[in-house]
Design a protein around this ligand. Structure first.
Ligand SMILES: Nc1ncnc2c1ncn2[C@@H]1O[C@H](COP(=O)(O)OP(=O)(O)OP(=O)(O)O)[C@@H](O)[C@H]1O
Length: 521
């Protein structure tokens, strides 16, 4: 097939599954500008795979999917065997909105990472879909339909040449599905872009489709079928060996679309109202987004109130326990009180400051944060947020992973200092209860003798303390990211990842502390 006026041409496409089984064989198809094409086929036939391929998300190579064929979409043709398709903007079935960002931030981040910053016309067009949504609204507070419109607007702002909708009508009632179909058709017409729409329930989308492609699983091809619900259903049933011909239901008649219109249906807004959103979707630099994620994870991993209470309680208990039991409950208790008081204080200060508090602080920090990281990343995997980021040209590594690792290191050091301070204070108060006649100055001069030799500057050994705390947090955070990024198909898998991440993180922490403490004794 040669490129004519078509917006998208796929030539000689062959796809093999990772297990070697064929999915498509030498298939060609084309989509015109402003054309809406439905892609139908049995479950598991490969519809989503085509969407992923066109959206540049299909892993291609040894041990992965095998793809060959050519793609034409303006400019030079691409070899799909070696290049990722840059043409498709995907509206994911589960919307894949970034639920840590507000509604407007979901749009901004897409606009700021588009190949070309969207102009006012595109912003107006995209934000015209957002009736009833407040810019600062959280994603979780949006209704299902609002999320869908937000997801479509976000994809439009990324300004890819082809729109891909993966089962956009699943879970919608008939009226909503029809309004969505009209919306897709109107967007294609007004933006002069082609749309490929994967659909299981074709009846509601058929009226807006220009053509229908069927995934012929017998011959591993895409074939065009008439725009007729009966014909499509018959073709789908013919591909399903498990359905006997007699059980095939009577054909469905194509219904005309209700003449409701988008404005009446509340889907389109007036241009005047859309301007509120336009002001909000301006250009922000990558550095802005880096700081945005850095701040988000700083709050989440380092200074959330519960975190501070939990770490503070650990430090206070550590300070109390080491002083109380250090003086009271050992075989030399009586002698220690009278003869070895000063040296005991020095020893307790050293052990508490260089071993016990750093270890407890690290374990508490890593255990809590590894759970959060694995849950956060696992949720992003399960809800296709990383796929959406990739499709929107947003690098997760650049923002999310780096923000997590930086905060793991910085946060562990900040909280170490806070923990040392609180544990020392608890020790001092405990000691004062034990020896009410002694001055605090006596405690201070002995307890810190090896930690702050000149009374002001930390001893060099504290460098090793900082190193083991920072290194263990970095390694544990890295492990949590890797574990979180593994394939997730259910919440149960996220739960398992959380448990694994805590175990691996705490084990790494114990090992790093043990090795560095022994090496620097
Ligand atoms: N890693 C893999 N290894 C082997 N086969 C795979 C792999 N991933 C997916 N498949 C298979 O590839 C086929 C295509 O999957 P795809 O999700 O594209 O189907 P689909 O038509 O979108 O299905 P549905 O309509 O049920 O969502 C399925 O049969 C699936 O089992």
């Amino acid at each position: 097939m040669t490129q004519t006026s078509h917006a998208l041409v796929i030539d000689g496409l062959t796809i093999d599954r990772p297990n070697g089984q064929p999915l498509l064989r030498h298939t060609s198809f084309a989509i015109d500008r402003a054309e809406v094409v439905l892609l139908v086929g049995p479950s598991g036939s490969g519809k989503s795979t085509i969407v992923k391929l066109l959206g540049g998300l299909l892993e291609n190579g040894p041990g992965e999917w095998r793809v060959s064929g050519r793609l034409h979409c303006g400019g030079q043709p691409m070899d799909l065997a070696t290049e990722r398709s840059p043409v498709g903007g995907i509206v994911f079935q589960d919307h894949a909105l970034f639920n840590d960002l507000s509604a407007v931030e979901n749009l901004r981040i897409a606009a700021d990472h588009a190949a070309h910053p969207p102009d006012a016309v595109l912003i107006d067009g995209a934000t015209a879909l957002l009736d009833g949504i407040e810019p600062t609204q959280t994603v979780s507070s949006c209704s299902g339909g609002q999320r869908q419109r937000l997801a479509i607007a976000r994809t439009l702002l990324a300004d890819r040449p082809v729109l891909l909708f993966d089962e956009p009508n699943s879970g919608l009632d008939v009226a909503m599905a029809r309004r969505l179909g009209e919306l897709i058709r109107d967007l294609c017409r007004s933006m002069n872009k082609p749309a490929l729409v994967v659909a299981h329930h074709v009846k509601d989308l058929l009226p807006v489709a220009d053509r229908v492609l069927l995934f012929d699983t017998r011959n591993h091809r895409l074939v065009e079928v008439p725009r007729d619900a009966d014909a499509i259903e018959a073709a789908l049933l013919a591909l399903d060996d498990s359905v006997p011909p007699a059980s095939q239901p009577a054909g469905l008649t194509e219904t005309g679309l209700a003449e409701t219109g988008l404005a009446e249906a509340g889907i389109l807004r007036s241009a005047g109202k859309g301007r509120d959103w336009r002001k909000e979707v301006g250009h922000r630099s990558r550095f802005h987004w880096f700081l945005r994620y850095l701040a988000e994870y700083f709050w989440e991993l380092c200074v959330s109130p519960l975190m501070l209470i939990y770490m503070g309680a650990g430090a206070l208990i550590m300070g109390f326990v080491s002083m109380w039991f250090g003086f009271h409950y050992n075989s030399f208790g009586g002698y220690l009180k009278s003869l070895l008081h000063d040296e005991t204080l020095v020893g307790l200060g050293l052990v508490q400051g260089t071993v016990a508090v750093p270890l407890i602080s690290s374990i508490l920090f890593v255990a809590r944060n590894n759970a959060i990281i694995a849950a956060d990343i696992g949720n992003r995997v399960l809800s296709s947020q990383f796929s959406a980021m990739q499709n929107l040209r947003i690098t997760a590594r650049g923002y999310i992973f780096s923000a997590i690792l930086i905060n793991m290191v910085v946060g562990s050091l900040i909280l170490l200092v806070v923990s040392l301070g609180m544990a020392s204070w608890a020790s001092m108060q405990t000691w004062h209860i034990q020896f009410p006649m002694q001055s605090f100055e006596l405690w201070r001069s002995h307890f810190f003798r090896k930690l702050l030799p000149d009374g002001l500057h930390p001893a060099f050994s504290m460098v090793w303390v900082l190193l083991k705390v920072a290194l263990s947090s970095l390694l544990a955070g890295g492990a949590a990211i890797v574990i979180g990024c593994g394939k997730k198909e259910s919440v149960l898998e996220i739960n398992a990842a959380i448990a694994r991440s805590i175990i691996v993180g705490v084990t790494l922490t114990l090992l790093v502390h043990a090795v560095i403490s022994i090496l620097t004794l």
